[in-house]
Design a protein around this ligand. Structure first.
Ligand SMILES: [Mg+2]
Length: 372
C-alpha cells in the first residue's frame, strides 16, 4: 500500500457561544479552527488526522512574518523568544502518524486500540475546564459534572495572581471533600501573540504548597516551562503534590529527559501534538518502568481527542481528560467535524469501536467550511 496524496482542509467553525481560554488571557474565542489532513492510498483507504488546531496556520512564511514584523532586530533575546514560540506553532509532524494508524485500522477492520492490544472498556474521565471562573459559577459547573458521574475535575490557574483560582479550589474542596481536583497552570508554553509573565520557581512552589493544604489534588500541571527539567525536579522534591506535564513537548526524547531528571510524577504526552501514537505508547512504557503515572493530554478537536482515547484504552491509563466547558466549549463544538460527538457516560468515555480511529467525519460540513 502506498500513500498517493495528501489533502488539507482549513476549517473555521463558528461556535454557538464564546469561550475564554485560560491559556490565552484577554481573548474571547468565537471560532474553533482546525487543520484537517487526509492521506490517500492506492488501496482506496484514506486516513484522517488534525494538526494542532488552535494556531490554525501552517504557512511558515506567513507565521514568521506574524511573529517578527515590528520587532527590533537588535533586541536578540526578545527575537529569540518570538522564534521559540514560532517553532512551537510551526507544523509539527505527529498528526500524519495518527492518520497512518487510521489507515492501518481501516485496512484490518479493527479499531486502533484493539490493534494496540487494548480493551474497549470505558476509561474513567475527569472533567477538564478551560476558563478561569469565579466561585459561584465554578461551583455550579462542578455540581453539574458530579451529577453526570464525574469523580474528578481539572481547574485552571494561569496568570500573575493565582489567589482567586486557589480560593475557587478551596471552596470546591469544602463542598466536595471526595472529589479529585487537578490544577493546570498552563505555564509550559505560549500562545501566539499573547504575552504572559511565566511563574518563577517561588510562584510555582507557593501554588503547590497551597494545593497541598487543600488536599486531594491529583496533580499540578505545567507549573514551569516544558523544558525546565531541573526546575520541575526541584519543585517535585519540595512538594507532595504530584507534578504533571508534557502535552507540548516534542518527541519521546523530551520524556526521556523528564524521567532522567526526575521532573514529573505524571507524564502527559499528546499523540497528535507531542509524540504520535507509537511514541505515546513508548512514554507509557517509561511511566510503567519508573513508577510514574501516564495521563495523556487530549484537549484538541474531536479527532485529536479520539486519537488519544485509543492510546488511553490501549494502556489502561487511570484518567481520560474530557474537555468540557459549557456554554462555549461543549462536546458538540469540540467534535464539530465528527458526525456525532464522543460523549462521557457516568463519568467515563469508551473508545470508538469502528475501524481505525472509529469515527465518521461530517464531510458535508467539512467541504462547506473548507478555506484551503
Ligand atoms: Mg494542560
Amino acid at each position: 500500500m502506498e500513500i498517493t496524496g495528501v489533502n488539507q482542509y482549513h476549517l473555521r467553525y463558528g461556535m454557538d457561544d464564546s469561550f475564554r481560554p485560560a491559556w490565552k488571557p484577554g481573548h474571547e474565542q468565537t471560532e474553533h479552527e482546525v487543520l484537517l489532513f487526509e492521506l490517500e492510498t492506492d488501496a482506496g483507504i484514506s486516513g484522517v488526522a488534525t494538526a494542532s488546531g488552535f494556531a490554525g496556520r501552517i504557512d511558515y512564511l506567513e507565521l514568521a512574518e506574524l511573529f517578527l514584523v515590528g520587532e527590533d532586530p537588535r533586541d536578540i533575546d526578545r527575537v529569540r523568544d518570538k522564534l521559540d514560540t514560532l517553532n512551537l506553532w510551526g507544523p509539527r509532524p505527529w498528526h500524519f502518524e495518527v492518520a497512518c494508524w487510521d489507515i492501518v485500522g481501516k485496512d484490518a477492520g479493527k479499531p486502533v486500540y484493539e490493534l494496540l492490544g487494548g480493551s474497549g472498556d470505558p476509561v474513567p474521565a475527569y472533567a477538564s475546564t478551560g476558563e478561569r471562573r469565579g466561585v459561584d459559577e465554578r461551583l455550579a459547573y462542578v455540581e453539574e459534572r458530579v451529577d453526570e458521574g464525574f469523580e474528578a475535575v481539572k481547574l485552571r490557574c494561569h496568570g500573575d495572581d493565582p489567589g482567586p483560582d486557589l480560593e475557587v479550589t478551596r471552596r470546591i474542596r469544602e463542598a466536595y471533600p471526595d472529589l479529585t481536583l487537578m490544577m493546570d497552570a498552563n505555564m509550559g508554553w505560549s500562545v501566539p501573540m499573547v504575552e504572559v509573565e511565566p511563574w518563577s520557581f517561588g510562584d510555582a512552589l507557593g501554588v503547590a504548597r497551597e494545593l497541598e493544604a487543600i488536599g486531594g489534588i491529583g496533580w499540578l500541571e505545567e507549573p514551569l516551562d516544558r523544558r525546565n527539567y531541573d526546575g520541575l525536579a526541584r519543585l517535585r522534591e519540595k512538594t507532595d503534590v504530584p507534578i504533571a506535564g508534557g502535552e507540548f513537548n516534542d518527541g519521546v526524547h523530551h520524556f526521556r529527559e523528564f524521567v532522567k531528571h526526575g521532573s514529573l510524577d505524571v507524564l502527559q504526552p499528546d499523540a497528535v501534538l507531542a509524540t504520535g501514537v507509537k511514541g505515546a505508547l513508548t512514554v507509557a512504557g517509561m511511566a510503567d518502568t519508573h513508577g510514574l503515572e501516564f495521563a495523556p493530554h487530549t484537549w484538541n478537536d474531536g479527532l485529536g481527542f479520539v486519537a488519544n482515547l485509543h492510546v488511553l484504552a490501549a494502556t489502561g491509563a487511570r484518567w481520560c481528560e474530557y474537555p468540557i466547558e459549557p456554554p462555549g466549549w461543549t462536546p458538540e463544538t469540540r467534535d464539530f467535524l465528527l458526525e456525532a460527538p464522543v460523549t462521557a457516560e457516568n463519568g467515563a468515555v469508551a473508545p470508538p469501536d469502528g475501524p481505525g480511529l472509529g469515527v465518521e467525519l461530517d464531510w458535508d460540513l467539512i467541504h462547506d467550511l473548507d478555506e484551503s
